[in-house]
Design a protein around this ligand. Sequence first.
Ligand code: BTN
Length: 244
Amino acid sequence: MKEEKHQMIVLPCVGSTNDELKKMARGGAPHGTVLVAKRQTNGRGRLGRSFASPEKGLYMSVLLQPDGPAEKLPTLTPCAALAVRRALRRVCGTETDIKWPNDLLVNGKKLCGILTEGVVDMHGVAAVVGIGINVNTDEEELPQELSGTVCSVLGTTGRETDIMALASAVTEELEKIVALWETDDPALLEEYRAACVSLGRDCYILRGEERVSACVRAVADDFSLVVDTPSGVERVFFGELVFA
Ligand code: BTN
């Protein structure tokens, strides 16, 4: 990762920090620009879902123009989960598991989601890594249908967290992780495999309308999953797992 100082912009409210940062990237924002919003009115999740973003959570996006081929950019997504995991441990003392590809869980409940999107800026293809963490969030403010499946740092630790300290720690850890990513350091895969709670689990793979039962056998060297399915061994490059 280049050695520029990160520029962190903090706004009270935006539709989606990913959308705003993509606009800024097209307008020439540099690598390492960070956008934090106190809340979002149109927070977006993976697979076209919405992401509830009430006050007291951390909603941030980071613009990355790392050294590496565009085809490798999707592997930044699982790596970003490692950065957030490290930051949560450092700032909040919270231990998380990674559900492939990049949800962070505590006791099986989701604490953080990550949405990485590509953007074409004047340097070529860049990545916008969007991170949403339920930090001091009142769990009652999250959608009713998520009840029992999500959690917050406050609910987990009983302590309030300084949200901007967490945002800074995420940015720092992301910088370190990107440096490892750029050199294909095998330590990244090792750390990811140790954190990935999907390994060995019976699950369903959701691909659009399709639902395939599978058992997760391994995380491959490109961070895709190797799964056993009724029709044989398959590789999963994208999509969502639901634990059986
Ligand atoms: C998911 O769990 O499906 C991914 C959620 C990603 C949410 C973050 S919050 C900051 C950034 N802005 C968005 O609109 N989405 C991401």
